[in-house]
Design a protein around this ligand. Structure first.
Ligand code: HEM
Length: 532
């Protein structure tokens, strides 16, 4: 078809065409498509004169180059990713109406991104840090983003602490040093916020430096809600279990590897056809069980610093995902991918966990800043629903998909269609208000149970020794003795043995326990005579 209309239609090329074309198929042009014989042809006044303002080709080149950087992610800036697919192996229509879990063999495309947390985009892949583990499931009913970490718990349960905590993981505002050189801020925060202890134990233990991204698990950490077609619902914790197993690298060995170790490992495995896979598993809790767990065991489903005991709430497999395709263009497909815990689909709802609730807001907010208001229009972020979708969002920067000529308001002349809501919003768990929801930062004796189990039951003696070495090594870089004394007191609440060993190595005597300590305005529930 050589008509002008066909010619114009062909110009609205899709990303997929560009992605597949090789340089040999392409003719060199300026950004407006005008062919230029060679890129090294700057226009000058005469043989040796200054450059000409009319040389759009050179100005086009330089001015685009000048704008190549977008802000890096404020956290999780260093990352790697790949594409693949999810397959449902054990459907759960009785638990959720999410279409992707409705039938055995049901598949959807996925994009995953793994990351370290605190470092900048050029930082070392083998930093001792939690790892991000995000997966975008492009389901028939919209994109569902699992924005997980490789640890089941987190440092805090009060979202207001997040920027404070993260700032202590970043460069010092005065010295511009990171905690690799000066750990004073790092320990200052942790020694003032003891609810971080479980995550600190994991961080300083073997799991603090996973052996690349393929050999680690992912955890929702937060409780989510699965809602079925009858509006019955359960709380869920989601686990991604690495089918490669897990592996770790010691602190000493980490220095021997390339800063891009995990990127290389993931990329090369996929190029070699050794596709990494994870199972998707869930733990569930009914609202009634959640109330009982709080009443009898002090387990609060909204508390991200705690796990659900697996003996009581066993895991159950629902599917698997495989990463079998590397990005063709890292920037377009991985740097610009935008995950959000609020990108949910019918059948999956957030719980009232305050940290999750804050995240629902924070991610799209940062995407609008980092990528732009129309970030969802980028090919890697655009939903691929099983139906034509649309809404009334129009215009804004870079609106290249602006919903054509369809009505931009709720029109009676050109009406849009609606799908009935599948969730009865009245059936929420409004009665469950555990105390920790109000006193987000209260420290309780239960906060030390899981870390104690790690030390006493999960780790063997060499793992304990590595932990003491990692902690004491990090403490050597702390300039304030008082901070060390407090942090040792927190470890003493986990197990006397940890405190004694640290005291021996650091030469610093920690406080007896935390009952008499004050924590930056937090309620210390370990102090007997303080009343709420
Ligand atoms: C990235 C905020 C807690 C997992 C980010 C980003 C922000 C953010 C602003 C950068 C996103 C971007 O630029 O694309 C917060 C806030 C939190 C919080 C405000 C608490 C109040 C958590 C928790 C988890 C988590 C608890 C895991 C359970 C991630 C991951 C990424 C990320 C995996 C990287 C996403 C990617 O690969 O693009 N977070 N975060 N965050 N966060 Fe959080």
């Amino acid at each position: 078809d050589t008509s002008f209309a066909a010619h114009v239609a062909n110009q609205f090329t899709s990303y997929e065409i560009d992605r597949k074309s090789a340089s040999g198929d392409v003719i060199y042009t300026t950004s407006n498509g005008a062919p230029i014989p060679h890129p090294y042809e700057s226009q000058r006044a005469g043989e040796n004169g200054p450059l000409l303002l009319q040389d759009f080709h050179l100005i086009d080149l330089l001015s685009h180059f000048d704008r190549e950087r977008i802000p890096e992610r404020v956290v999780h800036a260093k990352g790697s990713g790949a594409h693949g697919f999810f397959e449902c192996t054990d459907p759960i229509p009785e638990l959720t109406s999410a279409d992707i879990f409705s039938a055995k063999g049901k598949r959807c495309p996925v994009t995953a991104r793994f990351s370290t947390v605190g470092g900048e985009s050029g930082s070392h892949d083998l930093a001792r840090d939690p790892r991000g583990f995000s997966v975008k499931f492009r389901t028939e009913s919209g994109n569902w983003d699992a924005v997980f970490n490789n640890t089941p718990v987190f440092f805090l349960r009060d979202p207001a602490k997040f920027p404070h905590f993260i700032h202590t993981q970043k460069r010092d505002p005065a010295t511009h040093l990171t905690h690799a050189d000066d750990s004073t801020m790092f320990w200052d925060y942790l020694s003032n916020n003891p609810e971080s202890i479980h995550q600190v134990m994991i961080l300083m233990g073997d799991r603090g430096i996973p052996d690349g991204y393929r050999k680690m698990h992912g955890y929702s950490g937060h409780s989510l809600k699965f809602v079925n077609k009858d509006n019955d619902w359960v709380y869920v914790q989601i686990h991604f279990k690495s089918m490669q197993g897990t592996g770790f690298i010691t602190q000493e060995d980490s220095a021997k590897y390339s800063p891009d170790y995990s990127q290389k490992d993931l990329y090369e495995a996929i190029e070699n056809g050794d596709y990494p896979k994870w199972t998707v598993e869930i733990q569930t809790m009914t609202p009634k069980q959640a109330e009982e767990a709080w009443e009898t065991q002090g387990i609060n489903v909204f508390d991200l610093t705690h796990i659900w005991p697996q003996a009581q709430f066993p895991r159950r497999k629902i599917g698997e995902f495989t990463l079998n395709e590397n990005a063709v263009n890292y920037f377009a497909e991985i740097e610009q991918v935008a995950f959000s815990p609020s990108h949910l689909v019918p059948g999956i709802e957030p719980s009232a966990d305050p940290v999750l609730q804050s995240r629902l807001f924070s991610y799209p907010d940062t995407h609008r800043h980092r990528i732009g208001v129309n970030y969802v229009q980028l090919p890697v972020n655009a939903p691929r629903t099983g139906f034509r979708h649309g809404n009334f969002q129009r215009d804004g920067g870079m609106a290249f998909y602006n919903q054509g000529g369809r009505s931009n308001y709720l029109s009676s002349i050109d009406p849009i269609q609606f799908r009935p809501r599948s969730v009865d919003l009245d059936k929420t768990h409004s009665d469950f208000t555990g105390r920790a929801v109000t006193f987000l930062s209260e420290i309780r004796p239960e906060d030390f149970n899981a870390p104690r189990a790690l030390w006493q039951k999960v780790w063997d003696e060499p793992a304990r020794e590595r932990f003491i070495k990692n902690v004491s090594g990090k403490m050597e870089l702390c300039k304030k003795k008082e901070i060390i004394r407090r942090q040792i007191a927190i470890f003493r609440e986990v197990d006397e043995d940890i405190a004694t060993r640290l005291e021996k190595v650091t030469g610093e005597k920690g406080y007896d326990g935390i009952a008499n300590l004050e924590f930056n305005g937090i309620y210390n529930g370990m102090t007997k005579d303080v009343k709420l």
